[in-house]
Design a protein around this ligand. Structure first.
Ligand SMILES: Cc1cc2nc3c(=O)[nH]c(=O)nc-3n(C[C@H](O)[C@H](O)[C@H](O)COP(=O)(O)OP(=O)(O)OC[C@H]3O[C@@H](n4cnc5c(N)ncnc54)[C@H](O)[C@@H]3O)c2cc1C
Length: 574
């Protein structure tokens, strides 16, 4: 079929959405399949769900509860995607467990918090929509209005039990990332975890386990190793099915009478999309390898409007892992250790090392105008032997020798060793190098840091002063580790070496840009109209959170909510 054979609305959408089009991996094939060209449907269902992470599973369960026949397909050979690898927190404002404990989370206040973080440059508390564009405000409001209902319904259905995310070490609840922000009037209790059968909080694998059980219990078939490669559209431009490729690259056509919901994750492991769209140099993430942005060209071919492509759920990575494979085993969520600091290429501290990973990672995008380079393309986590020993095994501090750890007997030799390592890595960095006086400056930096550690007050970056920093530090600290300093997140570095360094770069938990959706999770075309029959939720769409990471669970909370909304709406379509 040639492009001109497309049904008219589909062709219009394709043309409208062609800016920034990326290869679909189907050279020579038309970007969408016209339904009249499908000779045989290999399966038929009401709602077809693509992807088995939080978004896809929620969509499938809610569609089935609304009496739709549901079929799920999954590119990998297991259920759960990155959700299954995650810590498993979901951020749900005004959730039923908070309410049961008398914790209030008023709508207006919660929307102020979300709007302030998602659109800081537009935020206006005096405006009825807080200064936001109407559709962006509507998505945030929809999240507040439905998140608690969705999670409570999952509980009632026996599909996903919830409990509070673990507190611990003096914390009853994990605090929100911006617990101290003036707009945060309910900083505790919004972060939930899956409740294991023994009642304890579980992680992402527990979400996936419970969802897989719930899906099976509802008779929903899951076809593994099936990759959605093209959409099927009818003569009116409605999405009526999907072409999938199986493990042998054979294609099949699956018909969806009411709608197709994508929950296929982000695009971090698609080097092309990463380079073209993300707002700075990013090397990978701990996302599962399947996160290749498959939905983006498919949706573009149907005329979808893209949004939020520059943003991601950011986190730092060990550069020497990411350079080998963008799918790193783990991100540097919190650099462990007290006698530990992060410095830039000049040997100066540039960040509060214990603050939220999403925020720290964005400092890698700072531009140096005179040198015409990313000033913090790479930065350096520096620590002493006490930290190496006491925090061993807390990633990225290895339990034993690791090739990415650079060692020096003193700061001079450490600086020289980092310089030599950077020279080896030059083909991946554009020749990024240390300042000539890196080691000399590092001596001053450590001396200043040691003074702050002794007094307990970090006059430069206020390390350890917000609630979440203490929580994070404890999370990445062996229970028997002690620090007599007045600020437990800081300790003077030893006067004598050896000292160690790990090279860090920007990465992600996953991206969060893609087709824009409306409040029913319908994918919008270039003119803002819903593309009939096409839905998306989770990291494969333009996140309702925009640039913000509201708190731990800020990715899975919206994925569950908009996944459920997609499933409900698709099931009701006739
Ligand atoms: C270590 C770690 C800890 C994290 N902790 C948290 C946390 O505590 N809280 C939080 O909110 N977030 C956390 N995250 C992020 C979170 O895991 C993700 O943002 C979230 O799970 C994404 O859900 P999703 O449903 O959008 O996608 P996924 O869970 O990634 O699911 C997408 C699925 O789609 C499949 N797929 C992709 N393409 C196709 C295709 N073409 N055809 C068929 N199937 C396809 C994939 O194989 C995958 O199974 C963490 C991430 C990591 C890596």
């Amino acid at each position: 079929m040639k492009r001109n054979d497309l049904p008219d609305p589909a062709r219009r959408r394709l043309l409208a959405g062609s800016a920034g089009m990326v290869g679909v991996g189907l050279l020579g094939a038309a970007p969408v399949v016209a339904a009249h060209n499908v000779a045989h449907w290999d399966a038929e269902t009401d709602v077809l769900v693509v992807g088995t992470g939080a978004a896809g599973a929620a969509a499938a369960i809610f569609a089935r509860q609304a009496d739709a026949a549901v079929l799920m397909i999954e590119k990998a050979d297991y259920f759960g995607g990155t959700t299954a690898k995650s810590q498993g927190g979901y951020w749900i404002p005004n959730n039923h467990l908070m309410r049961a404990r008398g914790l209030t989370d008023e709508r207006a206040a919660a929307l102020r918090y979300m709007a302030r973080l998602s659109y800081p440059e537009l935020y206006n508390a005096a405006d009825t929509q807080l200064g936001l564009a109407p559709d962006d405000y509507a998505l945030i409001a929809t999240f507040y209005d439905h998140a608690a209902r969705v999670v409570q319904r999952l509980e009632t259905l026996g599909a996903l039990g919830s409990t509070f995310f673990p507190g611990g070490a003096g914390y009853e609840y994990m605090p929100d990332y911006y617990a101290a922000l003036a707009q945060n009037e309910a900083p505790l209790g919004r972060i939930l975890s899956p409740r294991r059968p023994d009642g304890a909080p579980g992680m992402g694998d527990e979400i996936a386990r419970q969802f897989e059980v719930a899906v099976k219990a509802r008779g929903i078939e899951v076809r593994f190793r099936q990759r959605a490669v093209r959409l099927v559209q009818d003569a009116n431009g409605a999405v009526v099915g999907v072409e999938v490729a199986d493990a042998d690259q054979k294609t099949h056509h699956l018909r969806a009478r009411r709608g197709v919901v994508f929950g296929t994750g982000g695009f971090i492991h698609n080097a092309d999309l990463r380079r073209r769209f993300l707002r700075g140099p990013v090397y990978g993430g701990c996302t599962v390898p399947a996160a290749q942005g498959d939905f983006i060209p498919l949706a573009q071919a149907a005329g979808a409007q893209l949004g939020n492509m520059q943003h991601a759920w950011w986190a730092e990575l060990v550069f020497e892992q990411a350079v080998v494979n963008s799918a790193v085993p783990m991100n540097v969520f919190v650099p462990p250790g007290d006698a530990m600091l992060q410095v830039d290429r000049t040997g100066r501290r540039y960040v509060n090392e214990k603050f939220v990973y999403n925020e720290r990672a964005q400092l890698h995008f700072v531009w140096d105008p005179q040198r015409a380079e990313y000033r913090n393309l790479l930065t350096f986590m520096v620590y002493d032997r006490r930290v190496a020993e006491q925090f061993a095994g807390m990633f990225p501090l290895p339990p034993g020798p690791a090739p990415y750890v650079i060692e020096g007997a003193d700061f001079q030799t450490l600086g020289a060793a980092i310089g030599a390592r950077l020279a080896q890595l030059a083909p991946h960095t554009g020749g990024f190098a240390l300042d000539d006086d890196f080691a000399g400056q590092l001596v001053h930096t450590v001396s200043r840091f040691n003074g702050f550690a002794t007094s307990g007050k970090d006059a430069d970056f206020q390390r350890g002063e917000t609630p979440v920093e203490g929580y994070f530090h404890n999370m990445y600290r062996p229970p028997d580790q002690t620090n007599p300093s007045p600020n437990p997140t800081m300790h003077p570095l030893a006067d004598q070496g050896p000292y160690y360094a790990i090279i860090l770069c920007a990465g992600v938990l996953d991206t969060k840009g893609g087709p824009r959706i409306d409040t029913h999770a319908r994918v919008l075309d270039a003119f803002g109209a819903p593309i009939p029959g096409l839905y998306g939720a989770g990291n494969c769409i333009a996140s309702p959170a925009a640039q913000a990471y509201w708190s731990a669970g800020g990715t899975i909370g919206p994925a569950l909510t908009f996944g459920a909304l997609a499933g409900e709406h698709a099931a009701a379509r006739r």
